[in-house]
Design a protein around this ligand. Structure first.
Ligand code: MN
Ligand code: MN
Length: 315
């Protein structure tokens, strides 16, 4: 019998029963003693188009109920070595984006102070900025693997500096990122100007446009990512709209011609060996996810992120 928290088994309580915690893990009020903790951020007031990501954490938890402890593809056995729990949701102020960002940053400061690695369920992509602020305060400027249809480096949206399309612009300005160790994967679609991608390239970001990797295995790309990032503290941010809307249509700003599910798995699994200090899965919008498939995919990708955290053994 392991001393670590274990997901509640499907033979102990039917998978459709019991409280809907992430991966059916115990819930915890404090991150003290945890190696990793799942945190929901039910915020979508930074969204520019279809709202609904506020319901993401709840739906991802519900769809995570079928996930079992052992990763039969990679051999990863996260619960054999890491103490993991569900830390619940950040109590954001849904009337104020500015106040919510401050609440999120303070929440993550407390979590990081215990040594716990945060695995975040969004929420719209605005939440990456306060998380990066808290992480960089602790670790210094970060490497970043960012999967998304969009670069999220707008200078402003509707005149606002804080929104779901601006977090990585602000992060650069605030010195939170190591530009040459940033990879943005899956970018595509139409822009406001022909030179929209020039700014991130000027920061040293490595841009991988979706059409450049259509039909391809992404294992070679991830080898390049690992070589470039090395042992730098690294954050992993996965906007579900990086994946094609055929597979993940339950999101606010869908764009055609995106990544496939196997490519998404290759990206996450290819992060094994990086010095990951945290990860998120954002922009699942359940009102547009009529089958639950988008949240199901998000839940599984978060499990895969847990599986590539440093210290997870392979069996
Ligand atoms: Mn995004
Ligand atoms: Mn996006």
């Amino acid at each position: 019998m392991s001393a670590k928290n274990q997901p509640l088994g499907g033979n102990e309580m039917p998978r459709f029963g019991g409280p809907a915690t992430m991966l059916r893990l115990p819930s915890a009020d404090s991150a003290a003693g945890l190696d990793a903790g799942f945190i929901g951020v039910p915020l979508d007031i930074g969204t520019s188009n279809r709202a609904g990501a506020r319901f993401g954490p709840r739906q991802i938890r519900a769809e995570s109920a079928l996930i079992r402890p052992y990763n039969l593809a990679t051999g990863a056995a996260p619960f054999d070595a890491l103490q993991v729990a569900d830390l619940g949701d950040v109590p954001i102020n849904t009337y104020s984006l500015e106040k919510s960002v401050a609440i999120i940053e303070a929440f993550y400061d407390r979590v990081l102070g215990t040594g716990c690695k945060p695995l975040t369920m969004g929420g719209d992509h605005t939440i990456a900025l306060p998380i990066l602020r808290a992480l960089a305060r602790r670790h210094g400027p970060l490497a970043l693997v960012h999967v998304d249809a969009h670069a999220d480096v707008n200078d402003d949206m509707f005149g606002e500096r804080i929104a779901h399309g601006t977090p990585f612009r602000r992060a650069v300005e605030e010195g939170l990122l190591q530009g040459p160790r940033v990879f943005q994967i899956g970018l595509r679609a139409t822009g406001y100007a022909a030179d929209d991608f020039d700014w991130p390239r000027a920061q040293g970001f490595n841009l991988v446009l979706a059409h450049e990797i259509w039909y391809q295995s992404l294992a070679p790309l991830m080898a390049r990512v690992r070589e470039t990032i090395g042992d730098a503290p690294c954050y992993f941010s996965f906007d579900i709209d990086g994946i094609d809307p055929a597979f993940a249509g339950g999101t606010g700003t869908p764009e055609i011609g995106g990544l496939t599910v196997p490519q998404a798995l290759e990206i996450v699994r290819g992060c094994r060996g990086l010095n990951l200090v945290g990860a998120d899965l954002v922009e699942v919008a359940p009102p547009y996810d009529t089958s639950g498939n988008t949240a199901l995919l998000g839940a599984n990708l978060l499990y895969e992120m847990l599986c590539v955290l440093p210290g997870v053994p392979l069996r």
